[in-house]
Design a protein around this ligand. Structure first.
Ligand code: ZN
Length: 373
């Protein structure tokens, strides 16, 4: 908690970066050395629901308080997952409000870009400091849309997050075509037999009678991490969240204990605590995931091996299929192995990886050139 105290401009004794002296002096705000740290778990019309890093600071010991942004924070967006500094009343007592006075540096930042209207080309932060982007995809009903999955992957690499694909309804169709599509990228796919609950009939069996449906494997990966779940309606995302977080009641919209505000809408982006530690962040109402703000260099950050190779590319190389002198082509066609067949297998592996990486360039390159087919 004290680790970053000397980095900001809060402490007048510390000069952060030489050469930045022309920065507005208004940054020299009061020190707030007494600020306590918390994480934003939900935002509701200007009210920020916060979980304090030290829950014992609140009167009820939950660590849950409500805060408002202090004026000095300006217009910058604060999003779910942000770690923030708080002053004022942090008791968490009913109708009290703390003041949010700073936002800590973000480790990762999931963003989406607006694709139509006035805001086209602009980008919006969605979630900060999450580790995993969990892309929930049904293998059938509705049919998977690989281009949509590719967009989510691009968003994950841009954010600095690790992607994970969770397949649902694998009792309806073969999962292999999808897992094979993403294995060259090194993206982990977990298969489940989850189906969305039918609100009319409810689950067909009691939870403790249901055979292993693959949720346990998902839980093991998510435990102890902060993950963001994305996916279209009908794929079983809410069912997965309800299975991971007992009492979350995402599908039914019941009042949620986490919010403590006696009201909960299914459209709110919200962090839910996993029983085994960690958080899952649901993204209802996020229907599109524009990635036009992401450039090929941003995607390349998700592939350290290819990024090293691409250092030998001509300046401004787009790394697309067929561009002249792209170093990825030479890399894909030269690989060593213990023998001829080993070398051939290694080449095939590299070729598949480059091809898959190039497929991911399409969504962002499309945005740069709308005339592209
Ligand atoms: Zn290149």
């Amino acid at each position: 908690m004290t680790r970053r105290r000397d980095i900001g401009t809060d402490d007048p004794r510390v000069r952060v970066r030489p050469g930045r002296g022309s920065r507005p002096r208004t940054k020299q705000r009061p020190a707030h050395n007494d600020a306590v740290i918390g994480t934003v778990i939900r935002i509701d019309r200007g009210h920020y629901r916060i979980r304090l890093a030290d829950p014992s600071l609140t009167e009820d010991g939950t660590g849950d308080i409500t805060a408002m942004k202090a004026r000095e924070l300006g217009r910058g967006r604060v999003v779910v997952g942000d770690r923030v500094g708080l002053v004022g009343d942090i008791s968490g007592r009913r109708d009290t409000r703390a003041r949010m006075v700073r936002v800590e540096e973000r480790r990762t930042l999931l963003r989406r870009s607006a694709e139509d209207g006035d805001a086209a080309g602009s980008q919006k932060p969605v979630v900060a400091n999450a580790d995993l982007l969990v892309i929930v995809v049904a293998v059938a009903d509705p049919a998977p849309r690989p281009r949509m999955i590719d967009r989510y992957l691009v968003a994950a690499y841009d954010a600095g997050m690790e992607p994970l694909i969770v397949l649902t309804k694998t009792d309806l169709a073969d999962a292999a075509p999808l897992t094979e599509l993403y294995s060259p990228l090194g993206v982990r796919c977990l298969a489940t037999r989850l189906h969305p609950h039918n609100p009319e009939t409810g689950p067909s069996q009691a939870d403790d009678e249901r055979p292993d449906d693959g949720v346990e494997a998902v839980r093991q990966v998510l435990d102890g991490t902060v993950s963001v779940l994305v996916g279209h309606s009908g794929v079983g995302k809410s069912t997965l969240i309800n299975a991971l977080v007992p009492g979350a009641d995402r599908a039914t919209g019941h009042v949620n204990e986490v919010t403590g505000r006696g009201r909960h809408t299914s459209t709110s982006l919200q962090a839910l605590e996993l029983p085994g530690g960690g958080w899952v962040i649901d993204t209802p109402g996020v229907r599109s995931f524009g990635v036009s703000h992401v450039g090929s260099a941003d995607i390349l950050r998700g592939f350290p091996d290819l990024a090293r190779v691409a250092e030998d590319c001509p300046r401004g190389c787009t790394h697309e299929e067929g561009v002249v002198d792209c170093a990825l082509d030479e890399w894909a066609s030269t690989a060593d192995g213990p023998d001829a067949s080993g070398a051939s297998a290694a080449r095939e592996e590299r070729r598949a990886r480059v091809e898959s990486f190039r497929r991911l360039l399409a969504p962002s390159l499309e945005a740069e050139d709308p005339t592209r087919p």
